[in-house]
Design a binder for this molecule. Structure first.
Ligand SMILES: Cc1cc2nc3c(=O)[nH]c(=O)nc-3n(C[C@H](O)[C@H](O)[C@H](O)COP(=O)(O)O)c2cc1C
Length: 264
């Protein structure tokens, strides 16, 4: 059996009917103060803990059970014979560290993020046959004064380097009827680079491609880039806003695209 000690939680007894071993399983975060961590069940001495038998009984759901009491008494006698019981009756337990808490899996993270409804945009830069653009939903306002926004771009995207190096770009917020544009710029129609840009695109004064039918467009000057995990966080200073049509907005939610229930 072992007593599990974790920060902020009451001690827990595991494997209560295993009388062949006795230990303390300590969360690594409590390692620096074993004395305090062990206090609810006994007292620390060096790298081990003397555990009060009554503390073990209090943690054991089957302590009233005759078979358990017999097994526990036999375990204490065995420990006594080896000098592992002190004059006050406390049982010596060695301390083992619990494994680090399991990290959040990629799958669990993705599932959680699917629950966050977001808009859908095309971030686009360059002119003529140097135009480049990709669909993003990781877009957010950062600050109103000065007006800053961010988009998160996967470094593995073919458009990543050109967008990160562009001095200006346009963030075209898509409207309800623009799911096909979103798929096109997500690379789902087999077109790349400037081939994704059909009719309906114009250059802004700063030279960034603007989708004239977009829900709204923010033209940005590149302000900063921060590497973060698999992505680059691109921060842009908004230098122009091109109002769009008052349609409903395109949204990305639970792995599918949908539309808002009302128009702007
Ligand atoms: C609705 C939707 C939202 C997306 N959001 C992002 C995003 O925020 N960041 C990102 O890097 N990729 C995002 N993607 C994936 C990119 O659009 C896709 O990988 C990219 O267009 C591929 O570009 P490439 O052909 O230049 O490699 C999204 C795709 C879809 C369909």
């Amino acid at each position: 059996m072992r007593i599990v000690l974790k920060p902020g939680l009451a001690p827990r007894l595991e494997g209560a009917s295993d009388f062949r071993s006795f230990s303390i399983a300590l969360d690594p975060r409590l390692q620096g103060d074993l004395r305090t961590a062990a206090a609810p069940v006994g007292h620390a001495e060096g790298d081990h803990v003397w555990v009060r038998p009554d503390a073990v009984r209090a943690l054991c759901a089957t302590a009233g059970d005759g078979a358990w009491s017999e097994g526990f008494a036999a375990m204490v006698s065995f420990a006594k014979a080896h000098g592992w019981v002190d004059p006050s009756g406390c049982i010596r337990a060695h301390v083992e560290l619990l494994d680090e808490p399991a990290p959040v899996s990629v799958d669990a993270f993705r599932q959680a993020m699917r629950r966050f409804a977001s808009g859908v945009c095309i971030v686009a830069a360059g002119e003529g046959d140097q135009r480049i653009g990709m669909t993003v939903s990781a877009f957010s306002s950062v600050s109103a004064e000065p007006p800053l926004v961010l988009v998160c771009l996967n470094r593995s995207a073919g458009s990543h380097d050109s967008l990160v190096n562009a001095s200006s770009y346009a963030i075209n917020i898509l409207g309800a009827e623009q799911e096909e544009e979103a798929m096109l710029f997500a690379g789902q129609r087999g077109l790349h680079g400037a081939d994704r840009f059909g009719l309906g695109w114009q250059q802004s004064d700063s030279g960034a491609p603007v989708l004239t039918s977009a829900h709204h467009t923010l033209v940005c000057q590149s302000e900063a880039q921060h590497p973060a995990g698999s992505h680059t966080v691109l921060i842009g200073r908004v230098i122009d806003i091109i109002p769009g049509r008052g349609t409903a907005a395109l949204v990305n939610y639970d792995g599918a695209m949908g539309v808002t229930s009302h128009a702007a």
